[in-house]
Design a protein. Structure first.
Lengths: 516, 378
């Protein structure tokens, strides 16, 4: 049996490195479009300040991008190094979007980013703008394919298990590509990235305005960021609601956990605003509800019920029991591929194979599972409610706070008075970490909420790991912590240095702080 | 569209193409990184060296990422078994690669000699370590790797990191390092002038000599190590199941493809003569042709290893029947077909816009150019 410590350390390492990677990704996703907007204005007006804006914000973009690239390779490696059985079991489906991402998107983005930085004197204005646009398209296509892969982990469509190859095999590529979970996640995630990019430019521009440094430059940057940010944050919120809807269909478990919904609520379900969660007794001590709203978000109807945790667990108990039969039949088939009777039994039960695997956390031979073990596995099928419930609420709260900020910023900039509101500028400065916190919490809800599965309903997390020693994991985790800490210190140091210097760092002779 | 057996073969060739693309493109960047501390003797010289690859290293690195992604997608069992088995070697590659994006982008942003020289050595590690480890890994693949499967195909690796560093594997590492250094030296001598160019040419000639000697030595050695041979009947179109065959270990088995198809000898000849020819062209200062010739040497060397082992990809020394081959460690028919279409659409596009990017940035990188672009150059 796989050691629980190995599973926990593998999860910790993946979570830490993935969340670290996502410190850099959203800023890249968003800033790249801000660069496109600024450069487009330069090409259309010929006003050189817009070129300087593109180059200065591009410099900060580059500092961030370097770490995005560095930490992205880790993730590609880690599926193989630490999740070997996962890679074998679903590589047939999961690998394809990653390979296509490389060919379609990452080459595009990475080739043109070189010309973005070094091609200013060698390309015509229009050519350079095309380069910037292609870089932006590449970046966003990259996110699309990665989220198609991730969406499949949440909602594994278009695939079927084969006992000959002992893995999931793709049956319908387009079902994988147009997976509603993947599409909703893509739009929600890139919009969150756009919001992050806008917040970054808005905050730093506000700081220049507060210091009265390079005011013309900062005002224009502030204006672009507030408009782009307002559109983006609206899209995050509206399309976040869309992911709520798809979660409702494919992953009711996640929904029940993040709503702390223990009992099935009669339709149309109410939305729990806040609650005091009692995990031990599987109930809420008290809660504040808004009638109807949850039913509308989760089912788009007033008549459909949303199942609660107790009902979900009861269903899963039956699936686990059927899963025991499926696992037994699979084991027999692996020893003797020809038995017609076993094949028939396996076909009948194979949809619950993953649920049978859940028992392997506690017992090697699942037919020996006692009622207590089955009960443990049933309880595993719903993630812990408290972290889900609060992470989700903080994320949503930050989303609405950013909506207010961007709306106010956009309003003042329409009246060309943004520099006259120091409170607004200070608020914009202090809100700088908000999109990052919201992004990380969003990923936490999505991935922790999928537990105990790596592939929902198909492959449990504890079976997915590589057969490594616990010491190897301690060693690699220590290595990552050391490297990533040093890299973060260096990155933040450079980012702060160049943010402080402002556009003077371009050495054009047109701004404050020249010659540093 | 294609018969499953043919698709499996095509994907073996395509992974080969991606590995060759990686070694030619990312390889020359890594060679430049390896040479950086030695051919650049002061700060501005080093900036010249770095800026020859400045606009391109990022795009080139995608060859590596795409090769990894393609192995994941086309040979999931190879990806799973190799990456988890070679855990520490893979982490060493990964951590060495960490130095590259940040090294390139951050180095010249601060005026401080210690800062800059630290990143220079970081770029050296990022350039020198991966080719060495990949060579060592190939050396181990040729000898068989100690892994086994249970009935669920969960792999267990029973070797250690230090076992990877055996004499034959280290020799393969020398071939790989020298080959990549030669590739970098040819590129550098084409894009620089004066003293840096002269040092690059000298380094390139030495690298070619070392590579050819090590390559020939490995060629003699390999006839005496145990190769692997499938003894059961192969059905190329069968559903992939690595446990359904029988395999024996045999000294000299890696030569059998060459006996059967003598045309394959062109590959090792291309490897050796390509490198020697590159060295000669460097002496004559025909730098672009030298780069082309060295790229052919890369095709020859990688092709030699692939052709020796075919149809094996990753033989198992402890459970030979679990060895991973072209026929039984691949993805489904549908996945291979879809990715082939994607590759046929996108690879030509990639080659087109990469060539355009090199065309835009063509010409020598000079000290004067660096001084004129103090704030924007790497």
């Amino acid at each position: 049996m796989i050691s629980e410590q190995l599973v926990d350390l593998s999860r910790l390492q993946f979570a830490a490195t993935a969340m670290y990677h996502f410190l850099f990704v959203p800023l890249t996703l968003g800033m790249v479009w801000l660069l496109v907007i600024m450069e487009t204005v330069f090409v259309m007006t010929g006003n050189v300040i817009w070129k300087d804006m593109t180059r200065y914000w591009g410099k900060l973009f580059g500092i961030n991008f370097a770490l995005g690239v560095t930490t992205g390779i880790t993730l590609e490696f880690q599926f193989g190094t630490n999740w070997a059985f996962y890679s074998h079991y679903v590589g047939d489906i999961f690998g394809a979007p990653l390979a296509i991402e490389g060919m379609m998107a990452f080459f595009l983005e990475s080739t043109f980013i070189g010309l973005f930085f070094f091609g200013w004197d060698r390309l015509s204005r229009t050519q350079h703008l095309m380069v910037t646009i292609l870089m932006a398209v590449g970046t966003n296509l990259s996110a699309l394919w990665i989220l198609i892969a991730n969406g499949w982990m949440q909602n594994p469509v278009g695939a079927e298990f084969s006992y000959v190859t002992m893995r999931m095999e793709m049956t319908d590529f387009w079902a994988v590509v147009f997976n509603p979970d993947a599409q909703a996640k893509f739009v929600h995630t890139v919009s969150a990235g756009y919001t992050t990019g806008a917040m970054f430019v808005l905050s730093i521009s506000s700081w220049f305005l507060l210091k009265k440094q390079d005011v013309e430059f900062a005002k224009r940057s502030f204006r672009v960021a507030s408009a782009f940010g307002l559109a983006s944050v609206l899209s995050v919120i509206v399309l976040g609601d869309e992911s709520g809807y798809t979660v409702g269909e494919a992953q009711q478990t996640k929904m029940a956990a993040l709503e702390a919904m223990w009992e099935t609520k009669p339709a149309p379900a109410s939305l729990t605003l806040i609650a005091s969660i009692n995990e031990a007794e599987s109930k809420n001590n008290w809660e504040v509800d808004i009638p109807w709203v949850m039913g509308l978000i989760g089912t788009r109807s007033l008549t459909k019920e949303i199942p609660g945790i107790h009902e979900i667990k009861a269903k899963n108990r039956e699936r686990i029991k059927r899963g025991i039969v499926a696992v037994k039949a699979l084991d027999d088939l692996r020893n003797n591929r020809e038995s017609v009777e076993v094949k028939r039994r396996f076909e009948e039960y194979k949809n619950d194979l993953g649920f049978g695997f859940l028992l392997k956390k506690y017992v090697d031979d699942v037919s020996l599972a006692t009622p207590e073990i089955i009960e443990k596995a049933v309880n595993d099928t719903v993630p812990r409610v408290t972290p889900m419930f609060w992470s989700f609420r903080v994320m949503v709260g930050l989303g609405f706070a950013m909506l207010i900020l961007f709306a106010t910023a956009f309003w003042t900039t329409l009246k060309s008075k943004c520099s006259e509101h120091p409170y607004l500028l200070r608020a914009a400065l202090w809100m700088l970490p908000a999109p990052w916190i919201a992004c990380e919490l969003g990923w936490f809800v999505a991935e922790y909420g999928r537990q105990p599965w790596t592939i929902y309903g198909v492959l449990p997390t504890h079976m997915s790991v590589s057969t490594l020693t616990v010491n190897s994991l301690y060693g690699s985790l220590a290595g990552f912590i050391i490297f990533y800490t040093v890299l973060l210190v260096v990155e933040v140091f450079l980012m702060v240095k160049f943010a402080r210097m402002g556009p003077g760092s371009l050495g054009t002779g047109r701004y404050a702080n020249e010659g540093h | 569209m294609f018969d499953y057996g043919n698709l499996k073969l095509i994907w073996w060739l395509l992974v080969g193409v991606l590995l060759v693309g990686f070694a030619i493109m990312d390889g020359h960047d890594m060679g430049v990184g390896t040479l950086l501390p030695f051919v650049g003797r002061n700060d501005v010289e080093r900036r010249v060296v770095i800026n020859t690859v400045g606009p391109h290293w990022d795009g080139n690195q995608v060859w590596f990422i795409t090769a990894g992604g393609a192995i994941f997608a086309a040979w999931p069992l190879v990806y799973a078994t190799a990456f988890s088995g070679f855990y520490w070697a893979m982490l060493a590659v990964l951590w060495a690669l960490f130095f590259r994006p940040v090294g390139f982008d951050y180095r010249s942003k601060i005026h401080n000699a210690t800062w800059r020289s630290t990143w220079d050595w970081g770029l050296f590690i990022g350039g020198a370590v991966p080719p060495l480890i990949f060579g060592v890994a190939f050396g181990n693949l040729l000898q068989g790797v100690p892994f086994s499967f249970d009935s669920y195909l969960i792999s267990t690796y029973s070797g250690s990191f230090w076992q990877l560093l055996n004499p034959f594997a280290l020799l393969a590492g020398v071939v790989s390092s020298a080959m990549i250094t030669l590739q970098g030296a040819c590129y550098l001598s084409h894009r620089t002038e004066g003293a840096i160019q002269a040092r690059s040419i000298k380094a390139g000639i030495w690298a070619a000599v070392v590579m050819v000697l090590a390559f020939v030595l490995a060629g003699f050695w390999i006839q005496h190590i145990d190769g692997y041979r499938i003894t059961s009947i192969i059905n190329p179109s069968a559903m992939p199941d690595p446990l359904s065959k029988t395999v024996v270990k045999e000294a000299g088995a890696w030569m059998s493809n060459y006996h059967q198809f003598p045309i394959l000898w062109t590959l090792p000849i291309l490897g050796g003569f390509g490198a020697l020819n590159a060295a000669t062209l460097l002496l004559l200062r025909r730098t672009l042709l030298a780069f082309v010739s060295s790229s052919f040497a890369v095709i020859g060397v990688i092709g030699t290893a692939g052709a020796s082992m075919f149809p094996f990809i990753m033989p198992s020394s402890t459970m030979p029947s679990a060895s991973l081959t072209v026929w039984d460690s691949v993805s489904s028919h549908l996945s291979l077909g879809i990715m082939l279409v994607a590759a046929l659409v996108f690879m030509p596009l990639i080659i087109m816009y990469t060539s355009w990017a090199y065309g835009v940035m063509r010409g020598k990188v000079t000290i004067a150019h660096i001084q004129a672009n103090e704030h924007s150059a790497y």
